[in-house]
Design a binder for this molecule. Structure first.
Ligand SMILES: Nc1nc2c(c(=O)[nH]1)N[C@H]1C(S)=C(S)[C@@H](COP(=O)(O)O)O[C@H]1N2
Ligand SMILES: [Mo]
Length: 406
């Protein structure tokens, strides 16, 4: 539970950090990227004789994640760690593993790949088999650059837009990252057990204490880009992101991309778990049929501190836009709430990953609400509002981003 005082403190820390970065860059000509790295390392700044005016708080979160999640780069939501969107400004197209958000229903389990086995079973396969890490590595390998985004990314905006808090982690927009995932096709893995013609559902089960498991249709499971992943950005999958193997289910809510997979059931009858009955459906007055959450909606975000402050004068404002349904067609930005201008899209624009965009802005001091509005290659545009749903999934409306120019 966050109280308003903690929230203010976080914003205060954020502002201090921005100011420190800005001052150090001006004084020492050091790149922002280097500074952020030093910041993450903590001691680096002192070694260079640059003494930060404050010390990043060391976190005792080892019970939940293995990797460090400094508050300078992550927003702490208890067991979940959101990437501060402004930190993406220091990264290229893909998100470094150290900066990738973590969404854990419980603590990261420590799995030994040399003894790990994955059981494939169910009425939808011809025979039950138990496969090893080596068995997966031996299959043809594919690389896919895709986002994993929490279905609840942006959830805090339901409170801002409807005055009603949706249940769940109050993410801003940083419960997303793009990585280069390498692994075997899920269809090739399942063929080790022989997929039956009448199979309808597939459910991977995690080895975490909650045994997180969310069924999906066989059609989605056997798509070419649905992978059993063992590498993330060129290194073995880090523990917090699913070591030894996780699923990558491009375009769909992150819950589908099961981490620490221990078994996969394939069934000739529909499969159910808490994650497709009690959660990850749209509940609420606007959704009498309670549809399943599957494809992620089009969204966009500024690489600027949330409710932070930036110096006045000319600058290039950057951001990212993405959609679970395809690539990004265009992004419009409004700094004054009335007029919209087109941002320039970077060339790399992978479907179900994201597009980086930028445009110039030269603000004078004051308080601003700035907005970005993306349209994907299917013609889906971010609307000005979306109906409320109780669990706060798929917030795809245009977001009011508060910023102070000093
Ligand atoms: N086994 C298992 N898989 C899981 C989860 C989990 O808690 N346990 N969280 C899911 C959710 S809700 C999301 S958004 C993504 C987050 O992936 P990441 O932590 O690698 O960013 O993992 C999914 N896979
Ligand atoms: Mo999620």
């Amino acid at each position: 539970m966050k109280n308003p005082i903690l929230k203010d403190e976080a914003i205060y820390e954020e502002e201090k950090r921005e100011r420190w970065l800005f001052e150090q860059r001006r004084a020492h000509g050091i790149s922002r990227r280097q500074l952020i790295r030093m910041f993450a390392a903590g001691a680096g700044a002192a070694a260079l004789g640059i003494v930060p005016t404050f010390t990043p708080r060391a976190r005792a979160n080892h019970a939940v994640t293995v990797k460090p999640t400094p508050t300078s780069l992550f927003i702490d939501h208890g067991t979940n760690f959101e990437t501060r969107f402004e930190a993406f400004a220091t990264t290229g197209y893909v998100t470094p593993n150290e900066l990738f958000f973590v969404r854990n229903h419980s603590a990261t389990p420590h799995v030994d790949a040399s003894t790990w086995r994955m059981r494939l079973y169910g009425s939808g396969v011809r025979r039950e088999v138990s496969v090893s890490y080596e068995d997966i590595l031996k299959l043809p390998a594919y690389t896919e650059t895709k986002f994993i985004e929490c279905a609840g990314n942006g959830r805090s905006q339901f409170l801002a837009a409807h005055g009603k808090r949706a249940a769940g982690t109050q993410w801003r927009l940083g419960a997303i990252g793009v990585a280069e995932w390498r692994g075997a096709r899920l269809s090739d893995v399942l063929e080790l057990a022989g997929i039956r013609r009448n199979a309808v559902d597939v459910m991977a089960v995690g080895l975490d204490t909650q045994r997180v498991r969310r069924p999906m249709s066989i059609e989605k499971a056997v798509e070419d880009d649905t992978l059993v992943v063992y590498e993330m950005n060129g290194v073995p999958l880090p523990p917090d992101h699913g070591y030894p193997v996780r699923l990558l289910v491009p375009g769909w809510g992150g819950i589908q991309s099961c981490k620490w997979v221990g078994e996969i059931e394939v069934s000739e009858t529909p499969l159910f778990s808490d994650w497709n009955t009690k959660t990850y459906r749209m509940f609420g007055d606007a959704y009498p049929d309670r549809p399943l959450v599957t494809t992620q909606v089009v969204k966009s975000a500024f690489e600027l501190p949330w409710a932070g402050s930036i110096p006045a004068g000319p600058r290039v404002v950057t951001g990212r836009a993405w959609s679970g349904a395809g690539a990004i067609d265009h992004v419009e930005v409004s700094f004054d709430g009335a007029t919209w201008q087109h941002a320039t899209l970077d060339q790399r624009n992978v479907p179900k990953a994201w597009a980086r965009w930028s445009l110039p802005w030269s603000p004078t001091p004051g308080s601003y609400t700035i907005r970005a509005r993306a349209t994907d290659s299917r013609g889906n545009t971010q609307p000005s509002s979306v109906p409320f749903n109780d669990q706060g999934y798929l917030f795809g409306a245009v977001v009011d981003h508060p910023i102070t120019v000093v």
